[in-house]
Design a protein around this ligand. Structure first.
Ligand code: ATP
Ligand code: MG
Length: 252
């Protein structure tokens, strides 16, 4: 993978969930067009229900019922779902083995991936026995163990207590930076996006369409400094509000 080369092109014109029984058809997304370069970390922010998970499913290739076109990097793509979705009655190691398939160095790669998410002793533990924070880390290990060309992260820090989510954010930042992993992160939390991403795409309320994008002006060390992140967050919040206000004006 060559850094700086376009890795992903999303040219989505719209997504409608068809009517099922008494439930009417639902427009889930409008126009969303952007690209991501190899090694870049991009966040998508937008309010609950605006179509963020739907968009990631389309990017991942799990949903091909949409208007538009997606150009993906070569597989594999790692996907950390909004819910960890581990196989509960399998061990942690089995959950990773399952996505890795029969590669000769599987055991070493599994051990390395678990060490990277700071769970070096979790291999024999049944997935049903993990706390949510641990399950999230295993889901992350499962996404990186395949050496993905692109990682998709869907709200990976929600429903965790404050210290746990903060620690996990730092862990994810370290991991993504260390390996230069091309990343598309979805979150409703602009502060989180500020800390982790180099560029932020702002979606409208449902049906989500791209309002615009904002560059994050933080170097790598600054991302670990809470006060600096907070100051940049405040600046970006104003920029995101301006985008939303501008869009509201255009539509009236
Ligand atoms: N399979 C489906 N069939 C019909 N409607 C769906 C389906 N999946 C999602 N939707 C609807 O599409 C819209 C977007 O849902 P989606 O889960 O993508 O939002 P989201 O931005 O990820 O929300 P959240 O922030 O709460 O995770 C919602 O109105 C949702 O009810
Ligand atoms: Mg979602």
């Amino acid at each position: 993978m060559e850094p700086g080369v376009t890795a992903l092109v999303v040219d989505l014109r719209g997504k409608v969930f068809p009517a099922v029984g008494a439930a009417p058809a639902r427009q889930a997304l409008g126009s969303v067009r952007f690209s991501v370069r190899t090694g870049e970390r991009v966040a998508i922010v937008g309010p609950s229900g605006c179509g963020k998970t739907t968009l990631l499913n389309i990017v991942a290739g799990l949903d091909d019922d949409f208007e538009g076109r997606i150009r993906r990097p070569d597989p594999p793509i790692g996907y950390v779902f909004q819910e960890p979705r581990l196989l509960p009655w399998r061990t942690v190691a089995d959950n990773l083995r399952f996505v890795l398939g029969p590669v000769p160095d599987a055991e070493a790669r599994i051990a390395r991936a678990l060490a990277e998410v700071e769970l070096p002793d979790a291999a024999p533990v049944y997935a049903s026995r993990l706390s949510l924070g641990m399950a999230r880390r295993v889901a992350l290990a499962r996404a990186i163990v395949v050496r993905p060309s692109l990682v998709l992260l869907d709200e990976p820090f929600v429903s965790l207590d404050q210290p746990t989510s903060e620690r996990l954010r730092l862990l994810v930042l370290d991991l993504l930076e260390r390996h230069g992993i091309t990343t598309l992160l979805v979150t409703h939390d602009l502060r989180e996006a500020t800390m982790l991403a180099e560029r932020i795409l702002v979606l409208s309320a449902a049906p989500g369409r791209l309002l615009g994008e904002i560059a994050v002006a933080l170097g790598s060390p600054a991302r670990r400094d809470a006060a600096t992140v907070e100051a940049e967050h405040a600046r970006l919040r104003a920029a995101a509000r301006a985008l939303a206000a501008e869009a509201a004006e255009l539509s009236t």
